[in-house]
Design a protein around this ligand. Structure first.
Ligand code: FES
Ligand code: FE2
Length: 354
């Protein structure tokens, strides 16, 4: 419907109109888009319990879901009892089976109904519809994703990351560090948060400390169909990746690979490991952002560009919330892009309006 709203030529294009950020109907359409796209469940290192509810997916997909370990299998089950709809499990726990706290219906960890008290005389019971439905869990180097669109190809979406980072993905072992998890609640529309992430244009103005940690010549943006890569270069002497020959990045002093994955995920790869950010829209002007840290080299944790995450985040939130107030003005409707610095934002806006 909005096709053509963003000119494919960035030099001619105008930015996304303000109603995309402020209007409830636009917001509802965007939520449908999100539920049909790839969504992050978590990393296998964090699922140490038999049963783990995934609350952020309840906000994004409008489905309460439960990640289970069942022998050597993993499942992503509906967390809704097939009897009268009670939530089955509201916190992480261990247990051979899943028991509904309401009337005691019990399921195996693969979703099969095991037992239901008081149903002795019920006909055709149990049937397949008494089992818990599940969503496909798609795994990529330990990162687990899902979607309501089961035809979605995870491999195609993540292929640019795999091709670029194959040397880093080799032998990848990550551990979830809960002490570094963050949840940020922001008074702004989710698109503003993504827009801000997709350009380094604001770094000298908004993040003086990060600006000092990155080399001057150091910021590039590359667009792929469902992902955008921004690269930050390290200052001489600062921590950077050790990149083998054969990679297009060999001999570059890279401080961070910032990967955005359409539409609401960011996989920030630092020499210490990965900071995964999930943007959870809560309302047209309310957004929660989750940071999850998966550590590969703990000795590098407090060094370089990847050491400043909390400070940088608060600086970003100030500008994102400022834009949210500004966008409600009747005196503003849309702007123009910097053809040099805002290629990523332009690509995202084109995708959102396709
Ligand atoms: S709602 Fe679960 S057993 Fe009744
Ligand atoms: Fe920023």
């Amino acid at each position: 419907m909005s096709e053509g709203l963003i000119d494919a030529d960035i030099r001619k294009a105008e930015t996304l109109p303000s109603e995309f950020y402020t209007d409830e109907q636009h917001f509802s359409k965007q939520m449908e888009r999100l539920s049909d796209s790839l969504q992050f469940v978590g990393h296998s290192s964090e699922f140490t319990s038999d049963l783990t509810p995934i609350p952020h997916l309840e906000s994004i997909l409008k489905q309460p879901l439960l990640r289970t370990n069942h022998e050597s299998e993993k499942h992503l089950l509906s967390n809704v009892c097939t009897h009268r709809g009670m939530l089955l499990c509201q916190e992480k726990k261990n247990g051979k089976s899943i028991q509904c706290p309401y009337h005691g219906r019990t399921f195996d960890r693969d979703g099969t109904l095991k037992h239901m008290p008081g149903f002795e005389n019920v006909e055709n019971f149990p049937s397949a519809s008494d089992n818990l439905p599940s969503l496909k869990l798609k795994e990529w180097f330990g990162f687990e994703f899902t979607s309501l669109d089961s035809s979605l190809k995870l491999e195609t979406i993540l292929e640019p990351i795999e091709r670029r980072m194959n040397w880093w993905l080799n032998d990848l072992k990550l551990e979830h560090d809960t002490s570094r998890d963050r949840q940020w609640d922001i008074d702004a529309n989710w698109i503003l948060y993504v827009d801000n992430y997709l350009e380094g244009f604001h770094i000298p103005f908004v993040h003086p400390e990060l600006n000092d940690a990155l080399a001057n010549d150091g910021y590039s943006t590359e667009c792929f169909e469902n992902a955008i890569l921004q690269i930050g270069m390290a200052n001489e002497g600062d921590v950077c990746f050790d990149i083998p020959n054969g990679s297009v990045d060999a001999e570059k002093r890279i401080a961070a690979y910032y990967w955005w994955i359409y539409p609401n995920m960011m996989m920030n790869i630092y020499p210490w490991g990965v900071s995964m950010n999930v943007i959870v829209p809560k309302g047209v002007n309310k957004t929660t952002v989750l940071f999850k840290s998966y550590v590969r080299n703990p000795e590098l944790l407090n060094k370089g560009a990847g050491a400043l995450l909390d400070k940088v985040e608060l600086q970003d939130q100030t500008v994102v919330e400022g834009c949210m107030r500004g966008l409600q003005s009747k005196l503003y409707h849309r702007g123009r892009y910097s053809a040099t610095h805002e290629k990523g934002v332009h690509h995202f806006h084109k995708k959102l309006t396709q």
